[in-house]
Write a protein of this length. Sequence first.
Length: 290
Amino acid sequence: MRHLTGILIASLVVVILAMSSVFIVSEEQTAIVLNLGKIVRSDLQPGLHFKWPLVEEVRKFDRRILSLDDAPERYLTAEKKDVEVDFFIKWKIVNVTTFYRAANGGSEEAATQRLTPIVKNALRNEINQLALQAVVSSGRTDLTNRLLKNVNIGAATLGIEVLDVRIKRINLPQDSQILDSVYDRMRTERQQVANQLLAEGSQTAEGIRAEAERQRVVILADAERDAQNLRGEGDARAAEIGAAAYGQDAEFYAFYRSLEAYRNSLADGKTTMVLDPNSEFLRYFRNDGK
């Protein structure tokens, strides 16, 4: 009975030792093996691994892309004006041995505490060299590229690679006078644009009016020319008809023209004419038998 108990205890110890000598690294992890506190193996890939029980210890770390989102920070621009920058960081572990040694045994919290000042100092150095307009405007891509280069120099000492430094917002502090100056500049710029558009519109309008006036003069001149031609043709035709009528009966034509002259002269009924009774104009008023 004692012999059987001993065998069972020994078997149980063997099973426990066998189980403690096997470990699994999942797809999203990497690991190191410590032998009495000293790193003997690192950057273990996903899968089944073995270690010496009781002597070796396994530390696992997340090898996925991690995020660091810190509180907004104030920085000074090249003109010594305050801006409030809100950003976040995407990073991952690239050297697990360095990470373990630099981050107090591989603590993510300790790593972010050391990484945050590196990013903020690099961001401060960049913004200190830029004018306020360059910081707030479309220069974020260039700013991010320069930040990545400078941040990764310091992050390499932590076994970390920063993949992206993304600026979420760049705000002007509400308790500063920058907002007023920015709004004044924006109003000035908008007013300049408005004045330029008004000037261009006025110039275009003047051109349109000048062209319309030119066309009006040309149209009137063409109409007057055509009218003169038509009047000339009408006068010529009238003279032609009159000459033909005169040729057929000169006395009747003279009589008709005199009647037309009487009617035109006395049309208003108020005209008083003082003429010699023997004048040619009164020829057909005389009773001389003709």
